[in-house]
Design a protein around this ligand. Sequence first.
Ligand code: ATP
Ligand code: ZN
Length: 302
Amino acid sequence: MDMQNTYLDQLLEAGLLFDTGIDGLYGRSGTFENVIERFEALVTRYGSADGAEVIRFPPGMSRPYFEKSGYLKSFPQLAGTVHCFCGDDKGHSRIIECLEAGEDWTGQQEASDIVLTPAACYPLYPLIAKRGRMPEGGRLFDLQSYCFRHEPSKEPTRMQMFRMREYVRAGTPEEVVEFREKWLERGKALITSLELPMDVDVANDPFFGRAGRMMKVNQRDQGLKFELLVPVNSEENPTACLSFNYHQNHFGHTWGIETSTGAEAHTACVGFGLERVTLALFRHHGLDVEKWPASVRKVLWG
Ligand code: ATP
Ligand code: ZN
């Protein structure tokens, strides 16, 4: 058995995660959720002085907005859509017949207006744009959402449904770069305070296909994405627990977000993978939170 299976098995056996029959889709125990809650409170402590506007979107977003966002150009392999039955009695009978015969019943389903949110910040940009030209100094948001990515895996750190806490900055290039630098330092301090080993490295998103290869190279060359990595499943392949993304004018251009002077806004976000950080804590400090180092417990529980 490989390491990855072992850690997942341990988490299931310890009752921290619950199997649902699908890789990457788990129930969480009260203890697991409590760690997530305390970690989020810690993130809030680091960010609170900045006065971000708090918004909590549901885990689904507008399909038209999703289509316009460009997600399907870059990551069609990860997207999840919501389909619903919109038929009549005949269609209903067909579903039942298919189920009874063990055949595919989903042919009766039609795409709804909702898709699953792929990253916490995707529903935000159209909202910023709709508010009109930004005030001087731009805007700052505090988001958290369940996200979906179709990447089934036995690695507990690669889930299909997981939560992302994010701070998102929109403003001039200088404002946005400064925000990202500040959070890189805060992120390192935060993870150090939890006594987790880490490394920060330049990274790329999993852009799809042949056209995606160039995008990966460009993203790396321009240093647009950094990740804070913690070994969780293995030492050789540490896990991205925090991401620091500079989108340049991508969303500003797509959505027509304007700075106070009418220039195309730049945006950046810092994303905390809430399950990943929690899994890193259990990996390094043990599966029993009562036995975690007192210093770590103090940071989380005060
Ligand atoms: P990876 O490179 O491992 O696929 P990512 O860097 O593409 O992850 P982002 O798109 O930057 O991830 O997402 C922000 C954060 O969300 C990541 O830093 C990570 O902590 C978390 N995350 C991303 N994908 C998953 C997943 N499948 N399961 C759990 N957490 C995830
Ligand atoms: Zn984001």
